[in-house]
Every structure is written in C-alpha cells, then in structure tokens.
Design a protein around this ligand. Structure first.
Ligand code: CFM
Ligand code: HCA
Length: 542
C-alpha cells in the first residue's frame, strides 16, 4: 500500500535551517525553495551557481572534472592527458561509466588513463618539460588525430603554460591537433565552469574542421548526451529507426570527426542544457543552426522529443515515421508499466544530481506513479531551475509550429533584451505570449522542496524528516544514505545499470526501481535516530 506522507514543506525548510549559525541560515534560505504557485509573473528567484559556504560538505565537484571528465572524457579517439598529480587523472578515469564502441576504425583511448603524474620537483621547477615529453610519448605510441591537455589546480598555481606547449607540439607534429584547457579545479564554484571552458575550446579548435558535407535527410546534432550506461546507444538506435541522422553527439562515444563536422547539421537537439548550451549557442550564431531542448529520459519524454524533432523538419514523411516508431515501441513499455506501477505508485523519491537529471528523471518517476518530494542540482544555474529557455531561433516558422508551446525565458524583459527589434516583431506577429508561473520549476513536481547545492547535513536531515522510499544522488552520498535504511540509486553512474534512456532504457529503469523500493532488506536497518533518538557527542581535545 502506498503510504501517505503528511508534511508542510515550509516547516521542513525551517527544520533544515534550524541548526545553522544565523549567517549561514540566511544564505542557505535563499537556496531552498518550495515549488508552488506564486502571484507574480516572474518566477521566484533561487540563488544558484554561487560559492559553497566554507565548512559545508558539498556534493559538488570541480572545474577540471567538468571539463576533462564530463565534456571531453567520453570522446573515444582523442588522447586526453591530465597535467597534474595522478589522483586527478585516476579519479576521472571511467568512474562516470561513459561507454564506447570502438567502431570499424577501432580507435578507442577510453581504457587508458593518461597523466603527467606531477611530483614535488615539478611543482618547484615547473612541469612544462614533463608535459612536452608526455605529449611526445602519446604521439609516438598512438598517432592520434588529437591530443588534449587538461590543467589541474597546481598547474595554474605554478604557472605552467599548457597552451604554449600544445602549440609547439602541434606545429612539430603537423598531423595532430594538440590543444589545452585552462580548467584548473579551483577556477569556478563547481563543475559548471569546466563545461564552459571545454565548450569554448572544442568550438575554437575542432568544430568546422571537416568541410566535407554529410549525407542525410534530417541531420541533427545531439548535444549534452554522454552515453552513461549506454544511454546514447539506445537513443542512436531510435534515431536511426526514425531515419534521423545524428551527425555529432557531444560527446558520448563521439569521435574527432563528429565534432569537426557538427556544422553540417540542420538542427541541434540539446539533452543536457546545463553542460552544453554554450556550444548550442555558438553553433546557432556562427552557422545559423537552431536548437531545441529534448529529453530522452522516460518513454513519454522520448516520444515527445521525437515528435518535436519531426515537427521542426515539418515533413509529413518524418512525422509518420516517428509516429510509427513510437507505436511500435510503446506496447512493451506500457506492459512493463502495467506490471510494475501498482507496486511503485504513491512512493516518494528525492533527486539530487548535477544540473539536468533531476528534471529529466522526474518524468521517469512520474511514469511509475512516484512523486518527487525534493530535488535539486549541485551546480544548476537559474535557467535550469526555472526549466526555461529562450526561444531558440528566429527561423521558427509560425505557420508550422504552435508558438505558445515553445519554451521561453523566465522574465519577459530578459527575453526581449536578447532579441533584435526585427526578431521580436516577427515573434510578436507570430502570436508570442509569455507564460505565467505556477511554480519555480514546471518540470518538477508541485509542492516539492527544491534545494541548490545540497550538502551532507541537509541530505541526512531531509531523509530523517521525510523518509523517502528512494534517494538518488552520487557516490559520495550512496553509503551514508543506505546506512539510514533508505535505498539509494546513483543517478550519475547508474551504479552498474543502464541504459535508462529511450524506450528500452525506460523499461530497465522501471524494473530497477521496482526492485529497490520494494526490497525488504531496508526495513532491517536501524537509522541512528531510530536506535538512539537523542544521540549527542562530545569532542574532547587532547
Ligand atoms: Fe549534464 Fe550529465 Fe547532468 Fe552534467 Fe555531471 Fe553526469 Fe550529472 Mo554526474 S553533463 S549536468 S556535469 S546530465 S557527470 S552525465 S551525472 S553531475 S546531472
Ligand atoms: C563529476 C562526475 C560525476 C560524479 C558522480 C558522483 C559523474 O561531477 O565529476 O558523485 O557519483 O557523474 O560521474 O558527476
């Protein structure tokens, strides 16, 4: 039987803040919001993308992780060298479970971990010579199309110039594109700065390099899909079935040539807006390629996204094909839901992931009849929380699209400021209207507590207060949550599961969640507050 949870989100927020010193409580209060209707036209403002308060045990990662691990890491035929201490290279080596298929050319460097393994003497005397030797060694061994260099914290602190070394080696080789990233871990407040740095460099050094046109009737780029647990393989299967050509995935199982050919696509489809919107914008500005948001997490979302793509191309043949594919794939999905839903309906989940997955997975849980009672991002920006985007392109054809269905920016003024008067007039002529807000994030469940940059203390407190049936986050949270007797699913690496995207992925996910929330083992665990409700500790300084 689904259990009823009675709680007032405002009280929960108060409880979360109660133990903090007043200054910390004031800051954190601005990062915790209830997803409820407001009278004003502009959405309520959540504070996001700001520095974590010192002393707080954040769930966030660093700029290097966002650049090397997230954006460039999943590319298979570029040698990625970490310039820094071995730990940085080692811990960003395949823990994210981005999968690859070496393809016919067999070029795949993902199984290798390349690092300059900086030592004390490199910090004192400089590490550029060691970097040069590492690039030379990688070139001699593999002759790759490209070598990328990633800066870790010490590199910036001692002033090694990774760009100068890269330029020198690129000139020396002549047939290998070598370039670097100033993505020192400390540079931003989270991984997010690393995404931006990676996007800029990929655009500057790679996109547009392959001038040869690509075949295909409906050509898209899939931006922000990293093939975690094989998600990208399932999406590619579906796109292919629909007759849609994926020119470049940024960057799951991608190749040098894909990045270099991205300008040949007609449309960019953005999965993870947070990590790659910069590339989408640059492709639009430089090559006039419009972009739309898609979400292939959840069967209904997958169907909706396919229809959105078909609608863009406005070709009855593609519309029909997409509808046929959906009709063919859905019965299996519906049968799985029917079998599982009675055991999952009414259960509750908490979702705390990086910058996209909370709203993506909200849909998948909704398909199981589950409610997301609290969610948030490690490094989402305001636009992620508000779930909106500026209308992607003025090329939007008023005759073929329902303009009111387009997603728009939160504040009308902000939106208008980004458009030229001519663009704005065209949109107004086409019947543009601004939507009203009935909550901070339309893609997250109503009444849920939205929390930016959740920390360990608040995570445990939330679990204690609301006792969700499932908690979703990353490896740092996994075991502390399980020790509280709550099943925990990693939504970053998927633990050992996946794919969860697309139609087949949705079925995998339903089955996994069914096993997790209905397992009896968790009821045998006693959380600290159950065993000893007034647990106190005294720290003795000796
Ligand atoms: Fe985008 Fe991602 Fe995410 Fe992200 Fe990440 Fe990730 Fe994530 Mo981990 S690119 S923002 S920086 S969807 S690695 S595949 S799971 S935090 S929610
Ligand atoms: C990162 C990568 C990460 C970490 C996941 C986790 C991923 O941000 O450096 O904390 O479990 O998805 O692998 O987000």
């Amino acid at each position: 039987k689904p259990k009823m949870v009675q709680w007032d989100p405002t009280d929960i927020k108060k409880e979360l803040l109660k133990k903090y010193p007043p200054k910390v409580a004031r800051k954190r209060a601005k990062q915790i919001m209830i997803n409820e209707a407001t009278e004003c036209e502009a959405p309520p403002e959540i504070v996001a993308n700001v520095r974590t308060i010192p002393g707080i045990i954040t769930m966030r990662g660093c700029t290097y992780a966002g650049c090397k691990g997230v954006i460039m890491g999943p590319t298979r035929d570029i040698v990625n060298i970490t310039h820094g201490p071995i730990g940085c290279g080692f811990y960003s080596w395949l823990t994210r479970r981005n999968q690859t298929d070496p393809g016919v050319d067999g070029e795949n460097y993902i199984p290798y971990c390349f690092s300059t393994d900086m030592q004390d003497q490199d910090i004192i005397f400089g590490g550029e010579k060691k970097l040069e030797a590492a690039i030379q060694e990688a070139y001699d061994l593999f002759h790759p199309k490209a070598i990328c260099i990633f800066s870790t914290c010490p590199v910036g602190l001692i002033g090694d110039d990774v760009h100068a070394v890269s330029r020198k080696m690129k000139e020396k080789f002549g047939d290998c594109n070598v370039f670097g990233f100033s993505c020192e871990g400390y540079k931003g407040v989270s991984q997010s700065a690393g995404h931006h740095i990676a996007n800029n460099q990929v655009f500057t050094h790679l996109v547009g390099e392959n001038k040869e046109p690509k075949e295909g009737k409906y050509k898209i780029n899939l931006l922000g899909e990293y093939n975690i647990g094989g998600d990208g393989f399932e999406i590619d299967r579906i796109l292919k079935k629909c007759g849609i050509t994926n020119i470049a995935t940024f960057s799951g199982n991608s190749t040098y040539d894909q990045f270099a050919s991205a300008q040949h696509a007609d449309l960019s489809c953005v999965m993870c807006h947070r990590s790659i919107n910069y590339v989408a914008d640059m492709l639009e500005t430089k090559y006039g390629i419009p972009w739309i948001k898609v979400n292939f997490i959840g069967a209904k979302s997958t169907a909706k996204s396919l229809r959105k793509i078909a609608e863009y191309f406005n070709d009855p043949e593609l519309v029909k094909k997409v509808n046929d594919v959906i009709a063919e794939e859905m019965p299996e999905v519906e049968a799985a839901i029917e079998d599982i839903k009675e055991r999952t309906a009414g259960k509750t989940a908490m979702l705390f992931v990086g910058g996209s997955r909370a709203h993506h997975y909200n849909d998948l849980f909704a398909e199981l009849g589950m409610k997301t009672i609290s969610a948030g991002y490690e490094f989402g920006h305001r636009d992620d929380y508000e779930g909106r985007q500026v209308i992607p392109n003025i090329k939007v054809d008023a005759d073929s699209r329902n303009i009111e269905e387009l997603e728009i920016t939160p504040s009308p003024d902000e939106f208008k400021a980004r458009k030229t008067p001519a663009e704005l007039k065209a949109l107004e002529d086409a019947g543009l209207k601004f939507r009203h807000y009935d909550g901070l994030n339309p893609d997250l469940d109503k009444g849920s507590i939205i929390i930016d940059d959740l920390n360990q203390y608040e995570a445990e407190k939330l679990v204690e207060l609301l006792k969700p049936d499932l908690f979703c986050a990353g490896i740092k949270e996994k075991f502390s949550i399980q020790k509280l007797g709550i099943p925990m699913k990693q939504l970053h690496s998927y633990d050992s599961g996946g794919p969860y995207a697309g139609f087949k992925g949705a079925i995998n996910f339903y089955q996994e969640i069914d096993r997790l929330v209905n397992s009896k083992v968790w009821s045998y665990m006693k959380a600290p507050w159950q065993e000893n409700p007034e647990l106190t500790a005294t720290f003795v300084w000796e």
